[in-house]
Ligand binder design. Structure first.
Ligand code: C5J
Length: 213
């Protein structure tokens, strides 16, 4: 496999959908019968990467999955399969912008200078200005973290790969409610010599930042 060499001058950290609706006990994710501890185990390693990334002065971009209060940006086909979107939950209307549950967990709260990209879909490029943000930053590499491995992380990595970005996924910084999907999701990224990215871990990302400083 071709090695991934982090080029700090051209890299951004992407933090996908670390939202209360997905991660908090009592929230939307748990209400669907999911074990949120499978996602919550990413918080500590991801916070460590975030801290090192910020200390290196490199760009961080956060995303949130969600919709306008009138649901006009939620395709009926999505709503049919996720009818709880927009309904009241323990942390406000589920996956609706402006609600407490839609926002990012306190441990990974964005800084005022870090863009937060609101996305109606699973991928972070669809119907967002993420491409413009990355172009302005002259970024060509993405370290992609967050939840869930096989849905929003995977879709975003695939979208990014098709747009020419080199994507590195630290395995301990992404999580799924389904451990088997997580495992296979990671294997799929790195299969066949890295068919759409690379997989590493938080320690190696932090170490490569230190080495470049
Ligand atoms: C899902 C996500 N799984 N952020 N969203 O619906 O992966």
């Amino acid at each position: 496999m071709v090695p991934f060499h982090l080029d700090p001058g051209r890299a951004a950290l992407l933090v996908i959908d670390m939202q209360r609706d997905f991660l908090l006990p009592g929230g939307f994710g748990e209400s669907l019968g999911n074990d949120v501890s499978q996602l919550r185990r990413t918080i500590e390693p991801l916070a460590a990467v975030l801290q090192a990334w910020r200390a290196a002065g490199l760009p961080v971009i956060h995303t949130r999955e969600g919709h306008r209060p009138d649901l006009s940006d939620c395709p009926p086909a999505k709503l049919r399969r996720a009818p709880d979107i927009g309904r009241p939950g323990q942390f406000g209307r589920i996956l609706i912008r402006g609600e407490y549950g839609h926002d990012i967990i306190d441990e990974l709260a964005p800084r005022p200078d870090e863009p937060v990209v609101d996305k109606p879909g699973k991928g972070a490029f669809y119907a967002t200005d993420l491409s413009d943000i990355l172009e302005k930053l002259a970024v060509t590499q993405l370290v992609v973290t967050g939840v869930t491995t096989e849905v929003c992380v995977h879709t975003t990595v695939r979208e990014a790969n098709d747009r020419g970005y080199e994507c590195l996924v630290p395995a301990d910084c992404v999580g799924s409610y389904f451990p088997s999907f997580h495992q296979v999701g990671l294997e799929m990224i790195a299969a066949q010599g890295g068919i759409f990215g690379w997989v590493a871990d938080s320690a190696s990302v932090i170490a490569s930042l230190g080495a470049k400083r």
